[in-house]
Design a protein around this ligand. Sequence first.
Ligand SMILES: [Zn+2]
Length: 603
Amino acid sequence: MTKIARFILPLLSIMATLLLSSLANAQTSVSVAINIEQPQHHYTKVTLTYDNYAKQQAVFHLPTWRTGRYEIINLANGIREFSAIDGEGNQLPWQKIAKDSWQVNDTLHKQVKISYQVYANQLGQRTRHIDDSHAFIDASTVVMYSDITRSHQHIVNLSVPATWRSVSGLDAGENNQQFIAQNYDVLVDSPIETGVNEHYQFTVDGRDYELVIWGQGNYDSSKIVADLKVLVQQSQSIWQGYPFERYVFMVHATSGARGATEHLNSTIIQTSRFNFSARKDYLRFISTAAHEFVHTWNVKQYRPKGLVPYNYQQENYSTLLWLSEGSTSYLQNQLLLRGELMSSKEFFESLAKRITGYLHKPGRQSQTIAESSFDKWLEEGGDYDKNHSVNIYSEGFLVSWLLDFSIIEKTKLEKSYRDVHNILYQDYKIPKSFDENDLLTVLKQVTSEDYSTWWQANIHGYAETDFDSLLAKAGLKMSYGDDKQVQQQAWAGIKTKKDNNGLYIVSVEKNSPAWQAGLTIKDVIVAVDGLRMKDKDLSVRLKNFKPKDRLSVTFFRRDELVTRMIILGEKPKNKLKIVPVKNASKTQQVFFKQWTGIAFPSK
Ligand SMILES: [Zn+2]
């Protein structure tokens, strides 16, 4: 061997080793075996295989929350029988180091195989549910990851009863029980529905769609398909282009579960099996589908800083979650109206409901929409929340509406809030993200105006919404039935519920007559003006009283009898309605058209 060869050969061998190991790393894929053999017992055995693990020690985590639900949930509570072996079947030493983290030692350059059992019986949370008819798998609640394998391709092999059909937004593998995810993030954002189900396919605008329904119910699948076809096409009235080639609508027609979650190129919608037929129910279903479909852009393609990339082990903070949720609720109506899937009358009803909710939300003076976004992870609901919080959905909707009208007005009907969302899609696509300053830049781009003052007042302040002047721009107004004099009825400000213990208070509106009188939640009302309370709701008895009447309420608190005097307030007798004004001007009518995409309703 020459001197040069003695020098070069070891160098070549080092280079070859480096090349091979980098190739190995680049090509390594994680094999995910999900074995569902006794579905009636709600559990699955999961085995993850990592070839040639690149570190001496591996830490595997199960996420502590799942995408689309901004709340810490204890997902690791359903994990048992953890084990770790190498390629030869030798046990690898391991220990649990946190509630959701398992550390395995001696892993360098070895094949590492970890297995565990998962108990999957959470249908309503849209996390993991297995029974004898199906399985719904959101991988963030079933499949663990390690920091170095998060970017690796994951190949999922399902072992399920022979009659089950498996559907997912994931790419198909070699057989119909295999799916391929580019990396862990794609895997956890692409749930799998497998089981006995109905399956439909359609194509719109060169994109393939699937509808898969688990569960029997009073749905008309051909109507759902026809409406979804219209809905998906309407997305192009907001964004230019589609972020997917294929999209899957998954529906659980079931009992005891409702709600929906957005994913990368799919959604899971849960509703009561008999909630498809009445118009009110169906409208809620198709509105939910619209909401989740809007998320395919707003959240899945562009997302506030703080949520990019997702940190699966802790809270992901942002002051802009109202834009992710409230604006999605706002834009869902754009798709529904433009596609004629919702009538203007139905739209006005939903607006009236939102306004009524806002007018009875004392929390608008306690929390800003930016604070509500940041603290979404702490949200608990209940009486305190109702009185001291705003909501990223409902108040997020209202602030999106304000912004839309402001843009339409400032640009003389040329632009709208839809343009803001299209720019976010075109220019701030993940892995980029956006913050509040970016939004101010986009707003300036659309309107040529500075929105800093508006932003401070409406996003970081307690600005009161003036609905009269807002509605007037589009030729609409609020109405309580009689325009000359609104009829009033007695109002206490309490909500009650009846159970075996009696009629108890579930909420007291801050500063209402009942609040002033010192009534609080869980007080059990037994008598009003000395007469036993037998009605199913306090409002029934209140019909016998007028505003300003004095009312003595006797109730149990801590099982001790207490009597308090309420001086009744007033609230409009009729429900709030939004109606077109008589003789709307041409300007108002054109404004309405630019806002909703539909003609101004003639009556
Ligand atoms: Zn949403």
